[in-house]
Ligand binder design. Structure first.
Ligand SMILES: Cc1ncc(COP(=O)(O)O)c(C=O)c1O
Length: 410
């Protein structure tokens, strides 16, 4: 364990020398976590409202998660998909029952789950016509960093350096049903959308557009996929965000990942029989996917989640109430968007400086889409901790007023 005050600097210097330059990190090195808090090497405490971008949904060092990791690691971590183990089938059954879908593929990340869905769409189209390979996706979407996932990500900055990418992808604006209808045709193999866009600014796609997408997929014999990697598995207050809209519009494919195994990497693609049929034996696979440890932990996570929906809803209301009161006092805040514990504060100005200021105040949040402060708190966060977060945010927003005034003064 590193104990000196210089630990963070030593860590940063070593990383800067030996890691790819792909991450722009904040100047903070973390040592350990407990509940809703993380601690740096000097023992300073940070209230964690970003939870590894939605991964640590039970906070840190949850005793039941620590216990099953210990037990399963001592018993068997991994066996490969050459053989059966007891946890994959049980977890698949739970995911099918929770989603209303039929079959599961396990992998290790969101992007891999998206890749699987893209392959399902392509194979589904290929079986019908050699020209049926088009995918319709949304502007401002984010689906991950593999070449397939960036090809359907509706933000040019992620795609351009790697072009040419997968052909036949069309992007339409969020909530523009007419554009969606116009983009679909007999060559559409799939329609891909996030029910609530995360990296796109915590922005919901709305039931009407999901209904139109469902109708278009039916009309053109295409597969409809929902990306629930950020908004799924409890985050929006229901098992999956598409179940939180009043009416449930069923996808053919649903991908999710982030919180599912409480920090152990695990991604899933869940499909109905019609979509699952597109992947036959030998057409797809993963060495690590669905390992015994990851699946055992995910089963424990889902058991714990069943007892947390009430807290997610109560803390969501508490955040909404507190943030709306705060927003009313600060001109730089445009809109507060709260979906369960997926929360965005949309501002008229860039948010990066406020995120840096928050670290100094002992609060971890992030900023997405340049102007949206994003909070993805743990599902078991307490009322007291939410009050603490709101108090820190109230101080931060006073700084926000200064930045906003400065900007106005030129
Ligand atoms: C909606 C969505 N899809 C896909 C991904 C990619 O997931 P991963 O980073 O695990 O590959 C993310 C990650 O942030 C996401 O938010």
């Amino acid at each position: 364990m590193m104990e000196t005050a210089n630990a963070a600097q030593t860590i940063a210097e070593r990383e800067q020398k030996y890691l790819l330059r792909n991450y722009g990190r904040y100047p903070l090195a973390l040592d350990r976590g407990k509940g809703s808090y993380l601690f740096d090497f000097e023992g300073k405490r940070y209230l964690d409202l970003i939870t590894g971008i939605g991964v640590n949904a039970l906070g840190h060092a949850h005793p039941r998660i620590v216990k099953v990791i210990r037990e399963q690691a001592a018993r068997m971590i991994h066996v490969s998909n050459l053989y059966y183990h007891e946890h994959q089938g049980k977890l698949a059954e739970r995911l099918c029952k929770a989603s209303g879908l039929d079959r599961v593929f396990f992998c290790n990340s969101g992007a891999e789950a998206v890749e699987t869905a893209i392959k399902m769409m392509r194979s589904h189209g290929h079986a019908r016509s050699k020209d049926k390979f088009e995918i319709v996706a949304l502007e401002n979407s984010f689906h991950g960093r593999t070449t397939g996932a960036i090809a359907i990500t509706g933000q040019p900055k992620y795609r351009e350096p790697f072009e040419p990418l997968l052909p036949g992808v069309k992007f339409v604006p969020v909530r523009d049903d007419a554009a969606l209808e116009a983009a679909c045709g007999p060559n559409t193999a799939g329609i891909f959308l996030e029910v609530i866009q995360g990296e796109g600014g915590v922005y919901p796609v709305c039931a009407r557009m999901l209904r139109t997408a469902r109708a278009m997929a039916g009309k053109h014999d295409a597969l409809l996929a929902f990306d629930e990697i950020q908004c799924g598995v409890g985050r929006a207050g229901t098992y999956f965000a598409y179940q939180s809209l009043g009416e449930t519009i069923q996808p053919d494919i649903m991908v999710t990942a982030k919180p599912l195994a409480a920090g152990i990497p695990l991604g899933v693609t869940v499909a109905n029989e019609r979509a699952a049929e597109a992947i036959k034996t030998g057409m797809h696979g993963s060495t690590f996917g669905g390992g015994a440890l990851a699946c055992r932990v995910a089963l424990e996570f889902l058991d714990i989640l069943d007892g947390l929906f009430e807290n997610i809803s109560a803390r969501s209301d508490q955040f909404r109430d507190g943030l709306e009161k705060l927003a009313a006092r600060h001109e730089f805040v445009k809109e507060v968007r709260v979906f369960g514990l997926m929360i965005g504060v949309d501002m008229h100005m860039a948010g990066k400086q406020l995120v840096t200021d928050a670290i100094a105040e002992g609060l971890l949040i992030n900023c997405t889409h340049d102007t949206v402060l994003r909070f993805l708190p743990p599902y078991n966060i307490s009322a007291k901790e939410v009050d603490q977060a709101l108090r820190i945010l109230s101080r931060l927003f006073k700084k926000g007023d200064e930045y906003w005034a400065r900007r106005e003064n030129g």
